[in-house]
Design a protein around this ligand. Structure first.
Ligand code: PGA
Length: 253
């Protein structure tokens, strides 16, 4: 059984004070909800304060990026060792990083390996652009984006997030059926690559304009194990709604 996961990607939003206020507001309710891995990914600068605030909580913390070297002359970068003191997970290869910071498949994989070495669980994001989608290249793009991900990485608990770029921050989510189909493709691809055990245990999230109003449509799909949520994760009632529905819908009766 795959435990569902809801991860909030706060992106470049919230000051430390705002992050603390938001977590204070969300934490009591979040702690009451079981059967879901709950993850909050604030900006780097808030990780230390939120770690303290979340002591004894079931809510996990994630970073939004890292650099693959452990230390050294890399001005402005944050290393896996630094993060391992503060959080349990890290988002890697988000489409905004691929798009605005020229991150390649090779770089994303180096980051995945570095994260795993430091004991951080990567949430590796993959997804096609609108143009690739229109050209019918979705499967080809996803295959390339997954080409370097090792069996060991899946084995160590890597989580995938399928985020079609045309659905991110646009309010135009994919349909549940579309997302289920593509995530089904991803799982079959991993099955061919690494076999049944890995394919059946890897958690694959959907991301792109998920809200409390449409989460049910995704979560009731058999291939979808949760969501990576951007905009709606900054609103307490929205995020709680998403987590609650996920817990209920995925509960084994
Ligand atoms: P969104 O962002 O929910 O605001 O579309 C999702 C993401 O980028 O992870």
């Amino acid at each position: 059984m795959r435990i569902p996961m809801i991860a909030g990607n706060w992106k470049m939003n919230t000051t430390v004070a705002e992050a603390v206020a938001l977590v204070k507001e969300m934490r009591p309710e979040l702690d009451r909800i079981d059967n879901v891995d709950k993850v909050i990914c604030p900006p780097f600068v808030s990780l230390a304060a939120l770690r303290e605030l979340l002591e004894g909580s079931s809510v996990k913390l994630g970073a939004q990026n890292l650099y693959f070297e452990e230390k050294g002359a890399y001005t402005g970068e944050i290393s896996p060792l630094m993060l391992a003191e503060l959080c349990q997970l890290v988002i890697i290869g988000h489409s905004e990083r691929r798009q605005y910071f020229n991150e390649t498949v090779e770089l994303a994989d180096k980051k995945v390996q570095a994260a795993l070495k430091a004991g951080l669980k990567p949430i590796l994001c993959i997804g096609e652009t609108p143009r690739e989608n229109d050209a019918g290249k979705t499967e080809e793009v996803l295959t390339r984006q997954l080409s370097l991900t090792s069996k060991q990485a899946y084995h160590t608990g890597l989580v995938l997030a399928y985020e079609p770029i045309w659905a991110i921050g646009t309010g135009k989510a994919a349909t549940g059926q579309q997302a289920n189909q593509t995530i089904g493709f991803i799982r079959r691809h991993i099955l061919k690559q690494y076999g049944k055990e890995i394919a059946q245990s890897v958690r694959i999230l959907y991301g792109g304009s998920v809200t409390a109003d449409n989460i049910a449509e995704f979560i009731k799909q058999p291939e979808i194990d949760g969501a990576l949520v951007g905009g709606a994760s900054l609103k307490t009632s929205q995020f709680l709604g998403i987590v609650k529905q996920t817990s209920e819908i995925k509960r084994v009766k």
